[in-house]
Ligand binder design. Structure first.
Ligand code: IPM
Ligand code: MN
Length: 356
């Protein structure tokens, strides 16, 4: 029997509510498997600013580094929106990604069959199916490049910068992932304008040569934004930069109709990963027990595959989510006529009970 240490960052807004449901699910897995989970709650984001005066206390980094995996709810909210850039809750999130070396952000976007009515696209487009994964570079590019503002505050800049090494390691993750999927990779850049994108393209094309069994193509980011709504079924694995991945993963999640459903993992070169829903802290619905916990619960499934060797339980969690959706239970964000509306806690109960 193994014991796994999980650092838990509840965060702000709906963070604590959805994290509680994910922990509930892991406790059920604990009961069934005999392996144990040790949860260590640490502060990051707005709550850390309030309690410690900074978005990412050193103690949080240390606890995460000493864990097998990190479970994160969401950070941020209007209360902290007027703080200077280096003190914002988001700075905590960027800091922890960088401190843990999590350069690969994996964001699957899947249209669940029982939720086809929630898809905002035309029925004939939705029926072709959506099952793609955005592999987003997470510790480079404009998010971490040199930035500045002139003394008079009238001019500001941010820098997009990538090295061959950074592009190569994220490209490899994408191609490896495609091996176990539909064997198609599309790399997205802006190589007709940006020098950094031309380097990106050159490196990804080189990596592609090592994967002759994978169908590979490049796509410009503006075209990709259009193709994602025109024909999302064409995408299997998308590899892209930090900023383009941020934008396109929101778009790809919403074409499935349910940002409240989609999990993510952030991985580095070690087993330690960070697992969080794609959506934000939704301060407007915080504390009302109406948030959808499924994205966070499915993030636990990703955790049990990537950082903790319990893939059979990852599958059991996914099956339980499917069962509950098929039985017609819905939170408000995915509610449609004739279904049973439940709150955040109840959804967590139903899913954990359905794990067999
Ligand atoms: C995300 C978020 C973050 C990002 C913000 C909160 C810093 O939008 O995880 O996609 O831009 O990476
Ligand atoms: Mn984002």
């Amino acid at each position: 029997m193994a014991n796994y240490k999980i650092a838990v960052i509840d965060g702000d807004g709906i963070g604590p509510e959805i994290v509680a449901q994910a922990i509930k699910v892991l406790k059920k897995v604990q009961t069934l498997s005999g392996n144990t989970f040790e949860f260590n709650h640490v502060l990051m984001g707005g709550c850390a600013i309030d309690k410690c005066g900074e978005p990412l206390p050193q103690e949080t980094i240390d606890v995460c580094l000493n864990s097998d995996a990190v479970l994160l709810g969401a950070v941020g909210g209007p209360k902290w929106d007027t703080l200077p850039g280096h003190l914002r809750p988001e700075k905590g999130l960027l800091g922890i990604r960088s401190a843990l070396g999590l350069f690969a952000n994996i964001r699957p976007a899947v249209l669940y069959k029982p939720l086809i009515d929630a898809c905002p696209l035309r029925r004939d487009i939705a029926e072709k199916g959506i099952d793609m994964v955005v592999v987003r570079e997470l510790t480079g590019g404009m998010y971490f490049g040199e930035r500045g503002i002139s003394e008079d505050g009238k001019t500001a800049y941010d820098t997009e910068k990538y090295s061959e090494y950074e592009v190569e390691r994220i490209a490899k993750i994408g191609f490896e992932m495609a091996r176990n999927r539909r064997k198609n990779v599309i790399s997205i850049d802006k190589a007709n304008v940006l020098e950094s994108s031309r380097l990106w393209r050159r490196v990804v094309e080189r990596v592609a040569k090592d994967y002759p069994e994978i169908t590979f193509s490049n796509m410009l980011v503006d075209n990709a934004a259009m193709q994602l709504v025109k024909n999302p079924a064409q995408f299997d694995v998308i590899i892209t930069s930090n900023i383009f991945g941020d934008i396109l993963s929101d778009e790809s999640s919403m074409v499935t109709g349910s940002i409240g459903m989609l999990p993510s993992s952030s991985l580095g070169s070690k087993k330690l990963g960070l697992f969080e829903p794609i959506h934000g802290s939704a301060p407007d619905i915080a504390g009302k027990d109406i948030a959808n916990p499924i994205a966070t619960i499915l993030s636990m499934s990703m955790m049990l595959r990537s950082s903790i060797d319990m893939p059979e339980y990852a599958k059991k969690i996914e099956d339980a989510v499917n069962t509950i959706l098929e039985q017609g239970y819905r939170t408000g964000d995915i509610m449609s006529e004739g279904k049973t509306l439940v709150g955040c806690e109840k959804m967590g109960d139903l899913i954990s009970e359905a794990i067999k």
